[in-house]
Design a protein around this ligand. Structure first.
Ligand SMILES: Cc1cc2nc3c(=O)[nH]c(=O)nc-3n(C[C@H](O)[C@H](O)[C@H](O)COP(=O)(O)OP(=O)(O)OC[C@H]3O[C@@H](n4cnc5c(N)ncnc54)[C@H](O)[C@@H]3O)c2cc1C
Length: 378
């Protein structure tokens, strides 16, 4: 049993009180033993990795927090290719660096995402044209319901845009309550040291290549890290704009009919195949978005909207904060809610609610939070 540490010290937003009890697991068997014992009682529990997608209440957390600090990367050669089996407590970005050093392609565009490997499947992390789901082979889970330790294929995880069956949305339990013990990634051995085709316009531009070109893995990593830094999306204790949970809201997915009332310049991505004739409009100089295809598409087709655009066009600009509050919209990225010093979870929640209310009244769309909220209500 470890001395309970306030989550303000264990999360990148820097808010949250201490749990009643805290355990630290540094070895997979220890993690299984601790959880198995915990689950024999009725006490609330949760696991925490790098704390970069968690917003916890100021008052503290009922029950036990288990810190996942297990380590190890194993390389397995299979018929399908090279699989890296990675323990949940490894740091995601260290894994990306390791893959690149070993000429393994598939996660280079996911450079710089904070947090642990075990949390990566929880919301199917993604950025700059790559998503975990495209390389995730499977995971080893310890299931709360059965207490069993099993290898589960990625196809059983319901991976979608910033979601999976393992993710707890709002205060609701996950569809499958389980702890990820390790993650298997099927990566591509790169004979020429280049990565997968570049699939994101802004990254292609930064690299001065065309979409679909293949670029040296290390060069892609450097370009992604530079882009992310310019948006405050690489952790830097000295830069308060990085004291965040990354994007606080997901891009809303709505029926296409619900978008007809939006201004025509509101960016939207048709889900499924993107129309070849779609044009690319720069959004506020910082990201590329695809304009709507002609309205001849199926009427109830779903489209993804830009949460950043909606917030900016609801007259909330970068750096915005409520009077007297130390919680602010990042000065570099509209989607990040940040702790500018001594902010509390209540301040972050009040700012989030304000943003939601403005977007709701301006556009009739409710923004949903991306991070996991622990006893925090929006
Ligand atoms: C500056 C910044 C930039 C970011 N950029 C991106 C981005 O580009 N793309 C993106 O997708 N995300 C991004 N994020 C969000 C975040 O980094 C990811 O969601 C990351 O995977 C969270 O990892 P973590 O270990 O910190 O999770 P935590 O915050 O520790 O946990 C998040 C949730 O996962 C659960 N969990 C953690 N470990 C396990 C486990 N082993 N088994 C089961 N459940 C577990 C926790 O209980 C909690 O519910 C960003 C965050 C920050 C702060």
């Amino acid at each position: 049993m470890a001395e309970p540490t306030p989550l303000a010290e264990l999360t990148t937003l820097g808010v949250g009180g201490a749990p009643e009890r805290m355990l630290v697991a540094t070895d997979p068997d220890e993690l299984v033993d601790q959880l198995t014992e915990l689950w024999q009682g009725d006490d609330p529990w949760m696991v925490l990795g790098g704390g970069s997608n968690t917003v916890a209440a100021d008052a503290g957390i009922e029950g036990t927090v288990v810190l996942v600090r297990t380590r190890g990367i194993e390389r397995i050669t299979t018929d399908a290719g090279v699989v890296l089996r990675v323990q949940a407590g490894e740091t995601w970005d260290d894994l990306v660096a390791y893959a690149i050093e070993n000429n393994l392609a598939g996660i280079e565009a996911l450079s710089g995402i904070p947090g642990s490997v075990g949390a990566a499947p929880i919301q199917n992390i993604g950025a700059y044209g790559q998503e975990l789901s495209s390389v995730l082979f499977g995971v080893e889970l310890l299931d709360y319901e059965t207490g069993e330790r099993t290898h589960v294929p990625a196809s059983a995880l319901g991976l979608g845009y910033r979601t999976s069956v393992l993710k707890r949305h709002g205060g609701v339990d996950a569809d499958r309550e389980a702890v990820v013990l390790s993650v298997d990634l099927l990566l591509t051995e790169s004979a020429d040291g280049r990565g997968l085709p570049i699939a994101y316009a802004q990254l292609a531009k930064a690299l001065d290549v065309d979409l679909g070109d293949r670029v040296e893995l290390a060069r892609t990593r450097d370009a992604v890290l530079a882009l992310r830094r310019s948006k405050g999306m690489v952790l830097d204790a000295a830069d308060r704009d990085t004291w965040s949970a990354g994007s606080f809201f997901t891009n809303p997915i709505v029926a296409e009919s619900a978008t007809h009332a939006l201004p025509t310049d509101a960016p939207r991505w048709p889900l499924g195949d993107v129309d070849e004739s779609a044009t690319v409009i720069p959004l506020d100089g910082s990201s590329d978005v695809i304009a709507p295809p002609p309205i001849t598409a199926a009427p109830q087709r779903q489209v993804k909207l830009s949460a950043a655009w909606l917030i900016e066009h609801a007259s909330i600009s970068r750096g915005f904060h409520l009077p007297g509050s130390r919680a602010a919209i990042s000065s570099k990225h509209t989607l990040a809610l940040t702790n500018q010093g001594n902010a509390r979870a209540d301040d972050i929640a009040a700012l989030a609610r304000f943003v939601q209310a403005r977007v709701q009244s301006e556009f009739g769309i409710t923004l949903q939070p991306e991070p996991v909220l622990i006893d925090v209500e929006l």
